[in-house]
Design a protein around this ligand. Structure first.
Ligand SMILES: [Zn+2]
Length: 254
């Protein structure tokens, strides 16, 4: 129990760095300097106002200096990272797998929230993720390197295929280059089988949410909905529940 709590706290601290990265990377600001500051008034945030999770609640989501609202994303990212650190610890213990998949998790969180806020999938994040994934795969499980390579080609290949089909059918770009690169990077982490499952889940969820948003008149048929968050969600679901989902699948078709 104590060790799970420790992983939750480490996750919350990592989440607070991810929040800063999500704000700074698209603006090409340094990740290290200066220290934390309010994005609205620029005032330095003291360490006692910078405690992950707690400060947001104590300050009721407002900056101490300018009293403007701090986006709820700050709380959400900290909570999400903390929870998933705990889940990954339960799944993998302290192991190479834990490090490998936490790296994927960190990339997915940054990519999801920067895509939601700026409608861009950041090359630097996807590229760094891909290099780390190949490197870790090579040193942890050299025999599985081919597995990662096949995942990379599958992720990229399926999305290129869909981008071409989408262009032929709807005469417009349905997927961006960023989404294709992201799917290829996810493939390095997940390998062939889980990448296919992740893509299937991502497309299904995106279609469902898209229909739902059109029904609620929040989107139109030709609206561009960011796809990276769906890729991230599909990848996490496939990582955590692939065994259950595959056995369900065999039960249904068997
Ligand atoms: Zn402020």
């Amino acid at each position: 129990m104590v060790i799970k709590l420790i992983f939750f706290l480490i996750g919350a601290i990592v989440g607070s760095f991810l929040n800063s990265a999500i704000y700074r990377l698209p603006r090409r600001k340094s990740l290290l300097f200066p220290g934390s500051y309010c994005p609205q008034c620029g005032h330095k945030i003291h360490y006692w106002d910078n405690v992950p999770l707690l400060s947001y609640l104590v300050l009721k989501g407002k900056c101490r200096h300018c009293r403007k609202n701090i986006p709820v994303r700050y709380l959400l990212v900290e909570l999400l990272t903390a929870s998933l650190f705990t889940v990954f610890y339960i799944l993998y213990g302290l192991s190479y797998e834990f490090l490998f998949y936490i790296t994927l998790l960190i990339v997915l969180i940054i990519v999801t929230f920067t895509d939601l806020e700026t409608k861009r999938v950041l090359n630097i994040v996807v590229f760094t993720g891909a290099v780390l994934a190949f490197y870790m795969s090579l040193i942890f499980w050299p025999l599985n390197f081919i597995y990662s390579l096949i995942g990379f080609l599958t992720g990229g290949g399926v999305l290129i295929f869909w981008a071409v089909i989408g262009k032929l059918l709807f005469k417009k770009e349905s997927l961006g280059y960023g989404d294709i690169k992201l799917a290829a990077m996810i493939g390095i982490f997940l390998g062939l089988q889980n990448t296919l499952l992740a893509l299937f889940l991502s497309f299904s969820l995106a279609t469902l949410i898209g229909i739902f948003m059109i029904m609620l008149k929040k989107a139109r048929m030709d609206s561009k909905i960011p796809f990276a968050p769906f890729l991230a969600l599909g990848s996490l679901l496939s990582l955590i529940w692939s065994d259950e989902l595959f056995s369900l699948y065999w039960k249904i078709i068997g």
